[in-house]
Design a protein around this ligand. Sequence first.
Ligand code: ADP
Length: 306
Amino acid sequence: MTSIDVHALTKEYGARRAVDHATFRVLPGRVTGFLGPNGAGKSTTLRLLLGLDRPTSGTATIGGRPYTALPEPLRRVGALLDAGAAHGARTGRDHLRALAASNRLPARRVGEVLAETGLTPVAGHRVRTYSLGMRQRLGIAAALLGDPQVLILDEPSNGLDAEGIVWIRGLLRRLAGQGRTVLVSSHLMNETASFADHLVVLGRGRVLADTSLRAFIDAGVRPRVRVRTSDPAALRGALARHGLDAEEQAEGHWTVRGARVDDVGRLASESGVPLLELTAEEGTLEQAYLDLTAGEAEFAASSREA
Ligand code: ADP
């Protein structure tokens, strides 16, 4: 059983800290979603993990060793980083054959991974004729070639159509079910929630959450109430006296987080606040994720620095 260990990992590019003392573990037998807004440092972390870049400080190891120290790394770790990596003039099958030969992997694996990724019908076509989704499948086929215990996939759903997205969910679940260690980056919460057991959320290079998906939902998805009133000042005052806060929405209504309609209805009536509308709103997973990463997106980071 092989786990991934990232410890106090830091990477600076000039004055910019892309990864900032990140510490987390990725365990076997489950799919870990690696989430964060664009620019959060996900790809940098994965590159450091795969020895494609050197950390400024800290460590990233797989089964206790840096990737570059692993014997026969393709048999241990399968990675998908950049789907554009295959040579366009080669056929999909030849690309995988060359990869198998240069890494001393059995040639029979080529047929197996082509079948697993649904590429058998186009295996004899040149890669340059492949759609983005087909290239993505070819990248995943290459990652699976060495039958590795550990899989590290950067945004594997990119370019996949609806059928491809359903397929990749099934594949990720199957790989984890076989006891493999599966780390999958994405910037989409709902997409990640459809296949992950565990989440590591990154924001501006820092780990913001390292939790099971279940616990993330329980802690983050809070009830909300949508309310409209002709006297916003009175509403805010009544809510504030009960430790609640109302946020004005562009459409002219107010959102009260962490409250139920019964609470808001009762305290509005007690305080004589006229209500025009009172509705329960389901908190969403996407909202919980946005709340967590609010202000952590790259544009927010640069405007804060400016
Ligand atoms: P993510 O994968 O979460 O979108 P990245 O790891 O690609 O984030 O980027 C994290 C930050 O590091 C960004 O601000 C990005 O601009 C910066 N960065 C990434 N790679 C380099 C590089 N080679 N040189 C300079 N800055 C980089």
